[in-house]
Design a protein around this ligand. Structure first.
Ligand code: NDP
Length: 859
């Protein structure tokens, strides 16, 4: 069988023939799997017994026990983490990158050499058809090791700055649907990036990864670099919560993903989550219907539908719905369900009795909610866990079968009339892992790919995977990517703080200090910079006083007021200003009606009342930010850059005013200059993001694939309490650079720079609602943002301690992305961590040439 034959093309009978075609059984031999009676765990380079209870792993195709597997106790988790730590400290972190790469090559080769055995083991333990394990799971697993082997000595070229560093020990938990492949997706990038690993497979599918352990041992990988522990969810929980772990990578259900995100709140540990999905497969009336039908079948029945990115919601344009349904049912009726070891089998066994029970229960709900059920008339074996291919029509969006992940061979069919309706329905889900589009129109493909909030979009194809192409979700499908450069980034420390840079000053004013920096110490540089800025601040202050009366731009007039020596009458009582919030481009009062006093300027000479934001203000700001997101994210990169440059220009024009608001000291001048320069820095990033973080993926097979960064959505941020202007700008600018909108809580006790910046923004070209500035107590406002269902991400730069932990925990409720850096020195040039924190990587695939349904992997 060639790779092209793999898309479930076997046909049992041809109805238009007089001959009764039937395939003879073509079973693969179970003996090739060389199963042993008992399997041990792999810790510290040795196969060892765990202190948990032995479990029997069964063959779901016939319910017979395959082997006994030793499992871990929590003490064994300690042991495995300790082994990984020792291996990291003593060996792996000191192994040269090129050598690391060679170990990965060895593992890749080992998988290829034992491919047939691995395919058999996988099929026996998991229940998936042998043709899938053989043509997809095993070769793709090997390809992942090959791909990452090549990265090991090229990490500095991966786009994460000049010195990306390993994280330490990674704790990884994987599910049962692609046991070997998920192991490869996790282990290969971790090792390439220089980390060591403790990994736990699902309790029901431990065998293939334990064969992989033998391959790893045969490759002479240093002991402890990869540790494999077996057990159930409690061992997974013990692993991800272990204090000795530096990074957690999880693939599995969204519920467990939320639990993990919540339990890791406040630990500062890096997490990636690859969770569930409810993908829409969208068929337009100009699609090549026969090929689309093959794509629908592949999309939902590949691996019995146990695929997080399965095309489980079919959206068909109304005018061709009947035709598609008819052809689909005829095609599905030809799928062969049965012995997964038979090379002709299309649909194998459901992995466990509990998963079978879940599928039954959800499909029963479908019927009771009024959908119409059609079941393939295929025979079902007497023993084993099987569920026949099932299609529901007359499905409405509110039904559970249209909303929840069934994780089985069950398709829900909905219809649409217009492309906009298709997009609205496709995106109407908390998930966002994948989507399919079938149409002959190139412009429609790209338009749909752009509008679908999903991490992978397959156009005129489905279920393509490649190590070079990033894979991962939007929204509650999780965060982080696997594969490609972005996947590698999940295992590297690329914190902005790690990027050294000269002290920040604007070039013209700081020439002298730059000269100084070449010959002197950092301290001398800082002093020089401060002196220069102080002098500049005074010069500018005088200029501002002179211009104050005529300046149209001077919204507050406060700069003039505060320079008492420059003209303020000593007897005059100044007007105390009340600052409002900045929401949706307007300045509303706080709904709470409360204000608090703040001062600024030399000797606190500026007095103002500041609005104290409340829950309702937070909600209004999110609504405004969501409204603005569509336009801002759709603005061209060039225009976004121009808008941000213009804000820098406007700040430059008001430099003296801001220096004064901050306190009028030399260091305040330095901070204002740095804030201006930071805006210029990010303005220049807008049209570089796609090239630096995206690109073409050289996937195997006749496909064109590219990955492109997209904004995450609405970000809620807490600006740092120190550095009230520079900190605020350093937080907000990278968020809006990529097209996100933001609700930011300003420094509570030094809010004057923020509220004045709001006045600058209001007169700039920035559309209202892109930046919303709230003032008040973060402890009062932020929890409402962190729990808000329409906020996609949090920047917690300005919090620490219990509040930060509480907010991170609240974020887990809707799997929000969280950026919570440990320490920030805003005077340094930023790296890319802040930009990447609020970017999603979307991967798009299209066949080259004719619409292709080629299955297999091309490896
Ligand atoms: P789970 O999320 O329960 O399991 C995934 C992995 O996590 C397994 O290794 C599991 O161990 C482990 N685990 C379970 N609980 C915890 C915990 N509290 N902390 C850490 N690890 C834990 O998925 P299931 O396998 O039970 O499948 C349930 C549903 O999840 C499916 O119906 C499907 O909807 C979805 N799913 C999605 C996948 C995807 O690829 N996105 C993959 C698999 C499932 P163990 O299995 O040994 O209990």
């Amino acid at each position: 069988m060639t790779a092209e034959d793999n898309s479930m093309t076997s046909t049992t009978k041809t109805s238009h023939s007089h001959l009764d075609w039937e395939y003879a059984p073509a079973p693969e031999s179970a003996a090739i799997g060389r199963l042993r009676e008992r399997y041990q765990m792999y810790i510290g380079g040795r196969f060892v017994d765990g202190r948990g209870d032995d479990v029997k792993t069964i063959n779901p195709a016939n319910e017979e026990a395959l082997a006994t597997v030793s499992t871990a106790s929590t003490a064994d988790v300690d042991l495995a983490v300790a082994a990984a730590r020792t291996a990291y400290d003593d060996v792996w972190s000191r192994t040269s990158p090129a050598e690391r790469g060679k170990y990965l090559y060895r593992i890749a080769r080992g998988i290829a050499e034992r491919a047939r055995e691995l395919a058999v083991v996988e099929t026996l333990d998991n229940g998936k058809p042998i043709k899938e394990s053989r043509d997809v799971d095993v070769p793709t697993a090997s390809a992942h090791f090959f791909y990452h082997a090549g990265w090991a000595d090229k990490l500095q070229h991966a786009g994460f700055g000049p010195a990306p560093a390993s994280l330490g020990v990674a704790g990884q938990v994987i599910p049962w649907n692609f046991p070997l492949l998920m192991a490869a997706w996790k282990i290969a990038p971790a090792l390439a990036a220089g980390n060591t690993v403790v990994i736990k497979p699902a309790e029901t599918t431990p065998l293939s990864i334990l064969v992989l352990a033998e391959i790893i041992a045969d490759a002479d990988l240093p002991p402890g670099v990869v540790n494999i522990i077996t057990g159930a969810g409690d061992i997974g929980a013990a692993l991800v919560n272990h204090p000795g772990i530096d990074k957690v990578a999880f693939t599995g259900s969204t519920d467990v993903g939320k639990l993990i995100q919540s339990s890791l709140a406040g630990t500062g540990r890096k997490i990636t989550l690859e969770l569930g999905g409810k993908a829409a497969n969208i068929i337009f009336d100009d699609a090549p219907v026969d090929q689309a039908v093959e794509g629908i079948v592949n999309g939902i029945f590949f691996n019995q539908g146990h695929v997080c990115c399965a095309g489980s919601r079919l959206l068909v344009q109304e005018s061709i719905a009947d035709e598609v349904n008819e052809k689909l049912q005829a095609r599905i009726a030809t799928l062969r369900l049965g012995d997964p070891m038979d090379k002709n089998t299309d649909i194998g066994a459901i992995n466990s009795s509990s998963q079978l029970a879940t599928i039954r229960s959800l499909t029963d709900t479908g019927e009771s909610e009024g959908a119409q059920r059609w079941t393939s008339p295929c025979p079902i074996p007497d023993r084993g866990f099987y569920f026949p291919p099932t299609v529901f029509t007359r499905v409405s969006q509110s039904m559970r079968i249209a909303r929840e992940e069934i994780f089985g061979p069950v398709l829900s069919v909905l219809t649409f009339r217009t492309p906009d309706e298709a997009v609205a329905k496709a995106n109407n889900t908390p998930y966002g892992l994948s989507a399919g589009v079938w149409t002959e129109k190139g412009s429609r493909i790209l338009g749909m790919a752009n509008s679908l909030r999903a991490g992978v979009v397959w156009a005129n194809t489905f279920n393509r995977f490649d190590p070079t192409a990033a894979f991962g979700g939007y929204k509650e499908s999780g965060f982080g990517r696997e594969g490609g450069r972005s996947g590698l980034g999940a295992y590297l420390n690329t914190d902005d703080d790690a990027v050294p840079a000269p002290a920040v000053t604007s070039a013209s004013r700081q020439q002298a200090s730059a000269d100084e920096s070449r010959s002197g110490s950092d301290e001398a540089l800082a002093t020089a910079a401060a002196e220069l800025s102080a002098a500049a601040a005074l010069d500018d202050a005088r200029a501002v006083v002179e211009q104050a009366d005529q300046s149209d731009d001077d919204v507050t007039g406060q700069s003039a007021q505060s320079y008492a020596a420059g003209g303020q009458s000593e007897s005059r009582l100044s007007v105390t200003k009340t600052y409002k919030l900045y929401v949706g481009g307007a300045f509303p009062r706080s709904e709470s009606g409360r204000t608090y006093p703040a001062t600024g300027g030399i000797d606190g000479s500026i007095k103002a009342n500041i609005a104290q934001g409340s829950r309702k203000d937070a909600r209004d700001a999110v609504v405004a930010a969501r409204k603005a997101f569509k336009g801002w994210s759709g603005t061209t990169a060039y225009n976004r850059g121009q808008v941000i440059y213009r804000i820098a220009e406007m700040l430059e024009g008001r430099r003296a005013q801001f220096v004064d608001l901050l306190g009028g000291r030399g260091e305040d001048g330095v901070a204002v200059d740095a804030a201006i320069d930071r805006l210029v820095h990010y303005a220049g990033w807008t049209d570089k993001l796609a090239a630096v973080f995206g690109g073409a993926n050289p996937v195997a097979g006749p496909f064109f694939s590219f990955s492109t960064p997209e904004p995450t959505g609405v970000v809620a941020a807490i600006a740092p309490q120190q550095d009230p202007l520079l900190g605020l700008v350093s937080v907000v600018a990278p968020i809006i650079t990529s097209g996100n909108s933001v609700v930011v809580i300003a420094a509570q006790h030094q809010p004057l720079a923020a509220v004045t910046l709001a006045e600058v923004l209001a007169t700039s070209d920035l559309p209202g609602g892109v930046v919303n500035i709230l003032t008040g107590d973060p402890a009062e406002i932020a929890p409402h943002l962190a729990a808000h269902g329409d906020v996609n991400a949090l920047d917690l730069t300005g919090t620490d301690g219990q509040l930060r932990t509480d907010l991170e925990r609240a974020a887990a409720g809707t799997v929000k992305r969280v950026h919570a850096p440990v320490a920030q020195d805003f005077s340094r040039n930023p790296g890319t961590a802040r930009l990447r924190a609020f970017l999603e990587i979307k991967t798009v695939w299209h066949p080259t040439g004719a619409v292709s349904l080629a299955g297999g992997t091309g490896y």
